[in-house]
Design a protein around this ligand. Structure first.
Ligand SMILES: C[S@@+](CC[C@H](N)C(=O)[O-])C[C@H]1O[C@@H](n2cnc3c(N)ncnc32)[C@H](O)[C@@H]1O
Length: 236
């Protein structure tokens, strides 16, 4: 499933690094899990938690754990019908999560019906990638709250894929206050907080522990995907 600003491009090297920092039985928290590209690649001998303030994706993955089936084909009429559907049950919320992100252009929330190109069924691709991730997350516990309300157990490794500074905000969850997040991260004694960002956005006083060269998701005005360096930083 495509997810706007998801870590699908760099999930493999990033999770390889995170896996090396973990020991069996430790708690790993993907505190801004989005479409779970990272937590789904974290070793299963740790206790894994995934949280996002936007309810649709945690509820989607939690419902799949409980046996909910997703559609493999989502015609355009169904896309708009799901958009207008009520949210009375967890299944309805999960269906909206799958269709509203997975079947939308560029994985943007109801960003327009994504038509598959020649021989390509967009919904089926979203279905396959969602089920592939879900199969690796049978034991993940899902939560839906603001990061600052989450109580991180002592000794846990907390991965924070925050909305990058200066990028389009997630309208569903409100603007992200980066200064407030840096204060919070520095107050989490007893846990290790590792945060993703572009290298040029790393705040003063933080230490870079991992970096990776990649291309931005968004194209510039010349239609090109610019090269950039994404890092993990921590306050030590
Ligand atoms: C960069 S995305 C995470 C992408 C994810 N790692 C993936 O690969 O799909 C940032 C996420 O932070 C969530 N978010 C924004 N503000 C939040 C907050 N205050 N507390 C918790 N989650 C928040 C957004 O809903 C979004 O899913």
């Amino acid at each position: 499933m495509q997810y706007f600003c998801g870590k699908q491009r760099i999930a493999k090297p990033l999770s390889e690094f995170l896996n090396m920092q973990l020991v069996p039985g430790q708690v790993f928290i993907d505190l801004f899990c989005g479409s779970c590209n990272v937590v789904s690649n974290i070793r299963s001998d740790v206790k894994r938690y995934a949280n996002d303030k936007n309810k649709y994706l945690p509820v989607l993955f939690e419902r799949i754990q409980h046996g909910m089936k997703l559609p493999k084909d989502v015609p355009e009429e169904m896309y708009y019908m799901v958009k207008d559907m009520p949210e009375d049950t967890l299944e309805q919320i999960a269906t909206k999560g799958f269709v509203g992100f997975g079947c939308s252009f560029a994985g943007k929330w109801w960003g327009g019906y994504a038509r598959g190109g020649e021989g390509r069924n967009y919904a089926e691709n979203a279905y396959n990638s969602t089920m592939k991730k879900a199969a690796k997350m049978q034991d993940v516990a899902f939560f839906c709250m603001d990061y600052s309300d989450f109580i991180c157990p002592e000794g846990s490794l907390v991965y924070c894929d925050i909305p990058y500074n200066g990028t389009t905000q997630y309208s569903a969850v409100g603007d992200f206050d980066h200064e407030k997040f840096y204060d919070w991260a520095q107050q989490q004694n007893g846990c290790r907080i590792l945060t993703s960002e572009y290298k040029y956005n790393v705040p003063d006083g933080a230490t870079i522990v991992w970096e990776h060269n990649s291309k931005k998701d968004i194209r510039n005005k010349d239609g090109e995907k610019e090269s950039t360096t994404e890092v993990l930083f921590e306050f030590v």
